[in-house]
Ligand binder design. Structure first.
Ligand SMILES: [Zn+2]
Length: 170
């Protein structure tokens, strides 16, 4: 039955693992060993816990220092992503604030312009009414030349004319 045992074993596919591995791709846990070779004395590495019993199969092996270096690079990349996200977000917020500022300024200018227009219209209307009143008083003065209130109306007309001149100056 050697053929059945060969067929049941997994095909040897080595996969790259980023960062610090937590388990082997076969699903088993990992052990940390120290190398005893001349090339890498005492260098620590991760090894699948069943790798020793299943030497013919491919199980996870990774140097601990390389795994830690990978981890640092991953963290660096995440930090850079966060920095880019923050920059993009702050640009969006600043652009929005600028848009709102311009919008507010434009609305404010429009309100000021409308108020100016209304004030001008009101001023012009008051001026017309005043001139109409003055004209009617002048007319009344001419009609009732012999009226006892003649002097009073004339005085009122003079005061009105002075007020009108003052209004124009202001
Ligand atoms: Zn394994």
């Amino acid at each position: 039955m050697t053929s059945s045992s060969t067929s049941s074993s997994r095909p040897a596919t080595r996969r790259s693992v980023h960062g610090v591995p937590t388990k082997c791709w076969c699903g088993k846990g990992l052990l940390i060993w120290a190398s005893e070779t001349k090339e890498n004395p005492y260098r620590r590495f991760y090894r699948c816990e069943v790798a020793l019993q299943r030497k013919s199969e491919s199980h996870l092996f990774k140097w601990e220092d390389e795994a830690l270096l990978d981890e640092v690079r991953l963290v660096d990349a995440k930090v850079m992503d966060l920095v880019h996200d923050y920059q993009a977000l702050s640009k969006i917020v600043l652009d929005k604030l600028d848009e709102q500022k311009v919008d507010c300024q434009s609305k404010l200018n429009q309100h000021i312009s409308e108020m100016k227009q209304q004030m001008l219209e009101a001023k012009s209307q008051m001026k017309e009414e005043f001139q109409a009143n003055l004209a009617s008083y002048m007319e009344a003065t001419q009609i009732r030349e012999t009226s006892p209130t003649n002097n009073f109306v004339a005085a009122f007309a003079i005061v009105g004319a002075i007020a009108c001149i003052y209004w124009k100056l202001v």
